[in-house]
Ligand binder design. Structure first.
Ligand SMILES: [Zn+2]
Length: 188
């Protein structure tokens, strides 16, 4: 033990000496190297954006290009910035942070083998109090290459999985306004 202490102490002195040298070099105009921090939300969004399993609609379902499409939303989240909301109909405008629980659920669904097309996240005009505006809901109109509808065998189990993954509001064919798409939303 005594020997180790004897070796370690000069090492500490050496390391702190180096530290002092590098600190003093800060006085020069050398540029500071900063390592960008990527949040778990951001890295999940990056994964989702590049996943071959997921397609992101690049316009609103209504046909508008307003910078708040599903694609725009996942792009922004991947870049670490807030997702834009639409500013027409019932949509309130502004922006919101997409919910990490929802993004994680999307990732799990894709990893479990589902392929799907996301038509709306925070953008688009929905009902006045829609959870979409809070960044906690997403819509899907295609699952495993087939349109969502009564004839699609996948949407029920897709929504069931969403509920298992924390969604507390799930709508689809049979619910008003959802004959061609499904909606999954997480708690506020
Ligand atoms: Zn919806």
């Amino acid at each position: 033990m005594k020997h180790r202490t004897l070796i370690v102490l000069p090492l500490i002195a050496l390391v702190s000496g180096i530290g002092a040298i590098s600190c003093s070099s800060k006085k020069s105009d050398r540029p500071t190297v900063s390592i960008p921090k990527v949040s778990p939300r951001q890295s999940t969004a990056q994964w989702l954006k590049t996943s071959a399993k997921i397609t992101w609609l690049r316009r609103q379902v209504s046909g508008r290009y307003d910078g708040a499409s599903a694609w725009d939303n996942i792009q922004a989240t991947s870049a670490g910035i807030r997702a834009k909301r639409s500013y027409y109909g019932n949509a309130p405008g502004g922006s919101v942070t997409l919910d990490a629980r929802m993004l994680t659920a999307m990732k799990i669904l894709a990893r479990e083998g589902y392929s799907f097309r996301v038509t709306s996240v925070a953008g688009g005009s929905h009902s006045r109090t829609s959870r979409h505006y809070a960044g906690i809901a997403f819509d899907v109109d295609m699952i495993n290459g087939r349109k969502v509808g009564y004839g699609n065998p996948y949407w029920r189990q897709f929504l069931r999985r969403c509920r298992q993954l924390g969604a507390t509001e799930t709508l689809g064919p049979g619910d008003k306004g959802h004959s061609t798409h499904i909606h999954a939303a997480w708690p506020r």
